[in-house]
Design a protein around this ligand. Sequence first.
Ligand code: 4AZ
Length: 470
Amino acid sequence: MTSLSRWKLFIFLLIEAIGHVSSQGHRSVTRAFNPSLRPGDVITIQGTGSTRSVGLIRLHSEKGTCDSNPRLRSDLGQAPLSCNPLVLKLLTRKHKILFLKKDVESENKDVLIKTKLTSGLMRRMPYTITITVTYTGYDVQFNNDVPIEFVNRNRVGDVNMIRATSGNYDNIMLKRGANIPLNEPDCGQRGANIFRSKWARITNGQNADPGAYPWQVALRRKHVYPWAPYAHMCGGSLVSSCWVVTAAHCVLYVGRHKKNFMIRVGDLHNGDNSMYIMDEDQQTFDIEHVIVHPDFKDRPVPKNDIALIKLVEKHGRCARYGEYVNSVCLPEPGQDVFATNTECHITGWGAKNWTDRPRDYPHVLQYGKIRLHDFNTCKELYGRDPISNISQISEGMICAGAPGIDTCQGDSGGPLVCERGGPTFGEDNPFVLWGITSWGHGCADSVKPGVYADVTKYIDWIQKVRSKIF
Ligand code: 4AZ
C-alpha cells in the first residue's frame, strides 16, 4: 500500500467515525398529544439516514377495537388494550429506502407501501417525514414531496401518541392547525330523507323541510330581558364542527358579551315563547371566540360584513353531524364558480315583511330560491351614497334576488347557497356557501336586490383565522 493510499484510508475511516457519532442522534423519540391529533395538525419527524438501522414510526391511538400485536405492545410497554394501528417502517438499503406499512389488521404481513423513491436515503442524510391530519385521515410524506401513504381515519382512530424507534431520530414536532382543510368530505350534503319538492313554496319564502339546510344555525340571545323578549338575532352557517360563518354586523356586541349569547344548530322551529318547539336534533353551544373581519365598516352600508364564531367544545368536538346537522362547503378557489343568473337558495327565520316586528318572525325556517345578479348592474341599481358619494355596491358584495323573494331583517348572517354543478333537481350535489346575508334597501324591493357578502373574497381570511385559533 502506498503512503497516499494509507492516507486515503485513514481519512475515510476518520470520516466514517465522525459520521457514526454524529448520526447517532436519539435512538427513539416519543411525543404524546393531548388532545389527540386533529384535522389541520402537521407533525414533522426529523431523522438522519443510517445504513445500520431500521426506522419504525408508530402512530398510537386509543382505539381499543383493533387487533393489537402483543410483540409490538410489549416492545412499547403498552397497556393491553392499546394497539399500534399504523407502523411505518423505514428500511435503509444503501441509497434506497423502503416504506413498509405494518397493518395490525393483517398483523403478520408487512404491507409494502412504496419502494420507489426519487431521492434515496443515504447515510447521514437528514430527512423529514411529515404527517398531515386531514378530516379523513393521515397523509404521510417523505421530504415534503414524496407521498408515502394515506391512512384512513376510520382504521386508525384518534392518534394520541407517535413514537419513532430504532432509527436515528432527532425530533417530533407538532404544529397545531397548520394546515386546516377548507372543507369536510361530506360538506354541503342535505339530510338523506328530505322531501325534495320542485314546486314547494324569508319574504315570500316557504317552510323548509327538516334537514334541507342542515348548516343553518341561529344566533340567539341567551337571557330574555323584559325589555327585549325576542331572542332570535341572526342566522349563520356551520362550516365545520366548531366554526360558524355569520355577518359582522350581527356580532358587534356579541364579542364583548359572549356569555349572553348562544348558537343553536339542527334547528327548524326557532320561534320564541309559545311559538317555540324543541327540535329533536337541535344542539346549543356557547361562544368561545368572535372574530370580526378587520376591514368591516358599518357605514354607509355594511362592507366586509363577515365574522367567524368559534363554538365552545363539548368533549373534544362541537356540532355532531346527522340528518339535520352538517357543514356547508366553502367555495374551493378556482373551482367553484357560480355565474350571473344561477339559481341559489336563501334561508332564515327573519321577517316575512319589512314592517314585521320580531314577534311576528316565522318560527319554521323559511327558504327561497333567488338568482345571482350581475355585479355592475347591481352597482348601477344602488348608485352612490348621497352623503359620501361612494358607490354603495363595492368589492366583497354580491347581489341576488327574484320577484317578491328576498332576505329581510333577522335573516342577516345566514347563508346564500348554490348547488355545485347547478340546480339539478333530485341529485345529491353539495351546496356551497356563496354569500352571507348582509343588507339591502327594504325587502323584496322590485329594483333593489338583496346584498350578500361575497364569500370567495374571504377564503384566505377564514383559513388564516382558523389556523391561528385552534
Ligand atoms: C337586515 O336588516 C336586512 N333585503 C337583511 C337583508 C336585507 C335587508 C335587510 C335584504 O338584516
